[in-house]
Design a protein around this ligand. Structure first.
Ligand SMILES: Cc1cc2nc3c(=O)[nH]c(=O)nc-3n(C[C@H](O)[C@H](O)[C@H](O)COP(=O)(O)O)c2cc1C
Length: 161
């Protein structure tokens, strides 16, 4: 498919994208003892059988090479009240997990506590598109809690109500 013929300008694309309301997750990963996480809204379900999802990660993100090497990641869908965690994992801070309650999953990825849902994944495919990589994750374990989700819309964190 050629993308050459017509192309929206970046500003109008960004403005239109801001109209999309999304759940906020932290994608966590680890490699050789180093744990890491990144705030993300680009995630979606792909299939139920086998349970498969995708996340989209900028190749410039520190998270990228860690998933690429370990092939392990978890999607931690944040609950309302976890906005400070969303901000923390979007800011490029050092010692990211300091003060963030978490545990190590048996699959050797960190899991953030108190989230609305958690998906522990093995990356089965990595597809490079433009500046980003789509990581396809086969879900080894899915957990959920009856908590309201944290949403992101028009550059702001919001609740459903
Ligand atoms: C609400 C929100 C959603 C984001 N979604 C994504 C995303 O889906 N994919 C991505 O690559 N970066 C996304 N980012 C940007 C990363 O969180 C940010 O670049 C982060 O600093 C990368 O961390 P790292 O370099 O430690 O991996 C998002 C940021 C915010 C605030």
């Amino acid at each position: 498919v050629s993308g050459e013929s017509r192309r929206a300008d970046a500003a109008s694309y960004r403005l239109a994208m801001r109209r999309i309301a999304a759940s906020v997750a932290v994608i966590t990963t680890a490699h050789e003892g180093r744990i890491h996480g990144m705030t993300a809204t680009a995630m979606t379900s792909v299939s139920l059988d086998p349970p498969t999802l995708l996340v989209v990660v900028n190749r410039a993100a520190r998270t990228h090479p860690i998933i690429a090497r370990s092939r392990r990641f978890a999607v931690n869908v944040l609950a309302l009240g976890q906005e400070s965690i969303a901000r923390r994992f979007a800011e490029g801070v050092e010692r990211q997990f300091e003060g963030v309650p978490h545990e190590m999953h048996a699959a050797e990825v960190p899991i953030i506590a108190g989230t609305a849902a958690t998906f522990v994944c093995i990356a089965t495919e990595a597809i490079d598109v433009a500046t980003h990589t789509i990581f396809i994750g086969e879900v080894e374990e899915a957990r959920h809690a009856d908590l309201a989700p944290l949403l992101y819309h028009d550059g702001r964190y919001l609740s459903l109500s």
